[in-house]
Design a protein around this ligand. Structure first.
Ligand code: ADP
Ligand code: MG
Length: 220
């Protein structure tokens, strides 16, 4: 595949928290490229470094050593984030939460109405548009978080344990929504998970263990 298709690349990217004897190496020199169209699962148990790696891919953390580059990303608007839970703004209703990235990018209410309505419809929460986050379930809130990314239409969607606090059936629906969002917008999708059943639904799987991203061919 031509290298122009690479959206984000880590080269020997490491992330250490703290200094000295109490320092924690959350990510040891990771090598990873995410290309347009990739559907990638980063799989590992709690504390293995999944969130840290995802934060490096998002630019939310700078690598302590090594590099992270975004050759195929135009700017922050090209990266959509979905977190484990509680990523909606409590004071905004579902439609306003979904419109937020577009509003922050300078779009007017008239311009956001259509993409927001469409996005809420795609993930099957259109009837919740006027509700506040406290008035919907955890699974519904996660689908609203996916709708927000869908309306934003980024080139890269990064989802950190988006199904982590949901029961299996609800989690599967949220993953359906993420896969639909990636498909509709042509975005690459990276999902961290400790659940092999979730990982199995993505086309590429990489395992993290104790901060080490295992090589693609390593058996997990
Ligand atoms: P996962 O997402 O797989 O549960 P994390 O990336 O959150 O793993 O954490 C990896 C390691 O880094 C853990 O040992 C965790 O305690 C540590 N860690 C994560 N964030 C911080 C932080 N902000 N400060 C100190 N240590 C951290
Ligand atoms: Mg985590």
């Amino acid at each position: 595949m031509p290298s122009g298709d690479v959206l984000v690349a880590c080269q020997d990217a490491a992330l250490t928290f703290g200094r000295g004897p109490t320092a924690v190496v959350a990510v040891h020199g990771a090598n990873l490229s995410v290309r347009a169209g990739d559907l990638l699962a980063i799989v590992g148990p709690s504390g293995s470094g999944k969130s840290s790696l995802l934060h490096l891919l998002a630019g939310l953390e700078r690598p302590t050593s090594g590099t992270v580059t975004w050759p195929g990303i135009g700017g922050p608007d090209d990266i959509g984030l979905v977190f484990q839970a509680d990523s909606l703004i409590p004071a905004l209703d579902v439609a306003e939460n979904t419109a937020l990235p577009l509003v922050l990018a300078g779009r007017t209410d008239t311009e956001t109405h259509r993409p927001v309505t469409e996005a809420l419809g795609v993930v099957d929460v259109a009837d919740l548009a006027d509700r506040l986050p406290e008035e919907i379930s955890g699974g519904q809130a996660q689908r609203v978080a996916v709708a927000r990314v869908l309306a934003q239409a980024p080139r890269l969607i990064l989802a950190d344990e988006p199904t982590g606090r949901l029961d299996h059936a609800t989690g599967a629906r949220v993953l359906d929504a993420l896969l639909t969002a990636a498909d509709r917008t042509g975005a690459a999708l990276v999902v961290t998970t400790h659940d092999p059943a979730i990982a199995a639904r993505l086309t590429i799987r990489r395992t993290v263990r104790e901060g080490r991203l295992l090589a693609a061919e390593d058996p997990s």
